[in-house]
Design a protein around this ligand. Structure first.
Ligand SMILES: Cc1ncc(COP(=O)(O)O)c(C=O)c1O
Length: 363
């Protein structure tokens, strides 16, 4: 029996369940060509310029990283045309989601977020002994009018994933601004734009332009998705300089490691690679969407690198796909989330899925 008593609220925190690792499935099936389209990763991987930068950084691993991320902050602030004192960095944007919650939430405060949504928002609320107040989606999309009505004097943080994970939908910038206008300024509004680079809907863009007008807004993005650096863990936030200053006081001193710093800077310097990734993604999400629709299913139109699909027997379908060496993500009993892969992975998934559905129909 472990003798130390943990804080009570921690006992109810659900652990983050990652997608099944590809190596595990390959071991189980005795195969070497499994495909993982479960974790919204980038199937093309990082830019060759990133690999070069990493090789150059390797001999200096005995040194601590630049804790202020000076060079990377300069590169990002030029890239986004934002002041450097608005930029802050995290061990993935995940760290930022949690840390921002910890910076603001006291026990009993309320946190709003969409359901279904990204699981780190409710676990942050639990970690902080705050009250999680999930808001249902409407047509698979954030209903910000509902959020507006749900704000009380106890609300301290609102998380909005735009586009939303797992449904892939977005709310236009005008709706974000209407919400900000209606929201009391003591509420921290965290706009999580993890899939920003994949979006092509013109109504979406411009959140950074709202920062000057709404000091309680903070925008989060990541190098894990379109830049292909999920394994290195680097994400960033853009917010009010005073928020950045407090964040830098409470974060760990070297929360972004030296390889991640070098890789992110190199990734920013290769827009052609990002274009290659987002072009492939655009073609593959259309292929996925059309292929699933052809099977008589109703995938949700997506602005991300994944497609959400309600199906009555998600767990069976998930297991059926695993047997064929394909890992997707079950989202509870009634939905699957499928990440876009390479052409081969996407076609392979559609073929396997059709076979499984046909076998079920025949049974
Ligand atoms: C909406 C959303 N936000 C944040 C993250 C975290 O990304 P990372 O910590 O890799 O930057 C993810 C990852 O899947 C996500 O889907």
């Amino acid at each position: 029996m472990f003798p130390v008593v943990f804080r009570k609220n921690l006992l109810t925190v659900k652990p983050y369940v990652p997608g099944k690792p590809i190596e595990e499935l390959e071991r189980e099936l005795g195969i070497s060509n499994a495909s993982k389209i479960a974790s919204n990763e980038n199937p093309l991987g990082p830019s060759p310029k990133v690999i070069q930068a990493l090789e150059k950084a390797l001999p200096n691993l005995h040194r601590y990283p630049d804790g202020s991320a000076h060079a990377l902050t300069g590169a990002l602030s030029r890239h986004l045309k934002v002041e450097a004192n608005r930029v802050f960095w995290g061990h993935g944007s995940n760290e930022l989601i949690v840390r921002l919650g910890q910076m603001v939430l006291a026990p009993g405060d309320e946190v709003l977020f969409a359901e279904p949504g990204f699981v780190v928002y409710p676990s942050t609320a639990q970690l902080c002994e705050a009250v999680a107040r999930p808001q249902p989606l409407r047509d698979f999309t954030h209903d910000l009018k509902l959020f507006e009505r749900a704000v009380t004097h106890k609300t301290k943080v609102v998380y909005i994933a735009n586009p939303n994970n797992p449904t892939g939908t977005l709310v236009p910038l005008s709706d974000i601004e209407s919400f900000l206008k209606a929201c009391p300024s003591h509420v921290l509004v965290v706009l999580d734009e993890a899939y920003y680079e994949y979006v092509d809907d013109p109504s979406y863009f411009g959140s950074l332009g709202l920062l000057a007008k709404y000091p309680n807004l903070v925008v989060l993005r990541t190098f894990s998705k379109a830049f292909g650096l999920a394994g290195l863990r680097v994400g960033y936030g853009i917010g009010h300089p005073e928020l950045v200053e407090v964040f830098n006081r409470v974060r760990e001193p070297f929360n972004v490691n030296s390889l991640a710093l070098a890789a992110a800077e190199a990734a920013l310097g290769d827009p052609d690679h990002v274009k290659k990734v987002t072009d492939l993604n655009k073609a593959m999400r259309q292929k996925l969407f059309d292929g699933l629709a052809r099977l008589g299913l109703k995938p949700v139109p997506t602005q991300t690198n994944f497609v959400y699909l309600e199906v009555p027997n998600a767990q069976d379908l998930y297991q059926g796909l695993l047997k064929k060496g394909i890992i997707v993500r079950p989202m509870g009993p009634g939905a699957l989330r499928v990440t876009t892969g390479t052409e081969k992975e996407t076609s392979g998934f559609l073929e396997a899925f059709e076979e499984i559905l046909a076998a079920k129909g025949a049974a």
